[in-house]
Design a protein around this ligand. Sequence first.
Ligand code: NDP
Length: 419
Amino acid sequence: MATIEWRSPASEMAVRQFDIAAERLNLDKNVAGRLRRPDRALIVSVPTRMDDGSVHVFTGYRVQHNDVLGPFKGGIRYHPDVNLGEVGALAMWMTWKCSLVGLPLGGGKGGIACDPKKLSRNELQGMTRRYTAEILNFIGPEVDIPAPDMGTNEQVMAWVMDTYSQHKGYAVPGVVTGKPVDIGGSLGRREATGRGVVYMIMEAAKHLELDLAKCSAVVQGFGNVGLVTARELAALGVKVVGASDTSGAVWNAKGLPMAEFVLYKDKNKRVQGFPGAESVPGAELLELKCDILIPAAGEMQITGENAAGLKCKILAEGANGPTTPEADQILKEKGIFIIPDILANAGGVIVSYFEWVQDLQNFFWTEDEIRNRLREILNRAFHEVIGVSRREKVDMRVAALMIGVKRVARAMLWRGLYA
Ligand code: NDP
């Protein structure tokens, strides 16, 4: 992202991916120059009263990459490594994702550099409310609509919604998505990202003529995305043989007994120590033999260093940015079929879009309607990506980016430059 403020491994990677797509599209140089960096970024100090009476000042961010297609949309991440460059990269990926699946939304992202596991409920609430107050003038149902990401959940979204609403003087459910259903959330939002990953794996299996009931899978990360993906894959008869979280990784060649495994994680907050599996070093998890590998944790997990060791047939990117461009090259040579992040995990923002629409209309849909519409949008996007990939002779990631970038660029040219 050109200038020094944005410099970080994640933002450099996002820009490299964009440049590859822009070159294939022969994109107008002026448009490309604009899209390589975000529209706007906000850095805020978030003073928070800690339980011991002291005040700790956290650093928070909200980056708005592009809103040419509609209001900015993107999650809020709580993680110690959150920084401006990472949030900028995640915001850029949101722009391409919304565009790829045809949503009238732009790309944004936010976060606070903190370890949410070390904060009490009180501290987490205080920090969330103050962060919301600091970014209040930059968000809103018509402006920028946050959602959950790593380290945040529906409770955090409820506090964001309440803080915003208290300032306005009336309830504004449409300011965030991923809220509890009781306060205007959507049925199926919690499961949406993992469910979408599974729909895309089903399409990929059909495309590659693989019988899912004979396939095995490994999942890195066992939070919102990883857990739902693993559970839904197991329900389809896929043997989920390995899983990990920050405590480490576990393996069972016969398949992890999913119901017990999910209960164990829920109760103990860790996968390590699960009695129905052997423990394996976390770094080895990605190289375990399986048909489907699902990274569902952080960025840049599959790199030039370990890509050659991957043994899967399908790589379904639940996480954002899990694979570096160096790794992409190696995986291409190995013939691994990649379902790129902006397609594989787009189920989250699609159902967030449904939630926003329902909030604006005060009219709520059934879970069946949500699932069917989600699947229809994702399947359409999958086949569009396959089509471009074949026609242009590019891999799935470049094809997905080409579609996403092209729609945004076309909209920019229609709207023109305001000067
Ligand atoms: P969560 O915070 O719910 O879960 C993250 C999981 O990853 C946790 O299980 C965590 O472990 C684990 N984890 C973190 N670091 C590592 C590591 N180094 N090795 C193994 N496991 C690790 O986040 P989400 O599931 O919401 O997000 C996961 C990814 O999916 C992110 O890249 C996010 O941007 C992306 N995503 C999320 C969407 C959503 O709707 N939530 C939508 C689209 C993309 P532990 O449980 O021990 O903390």
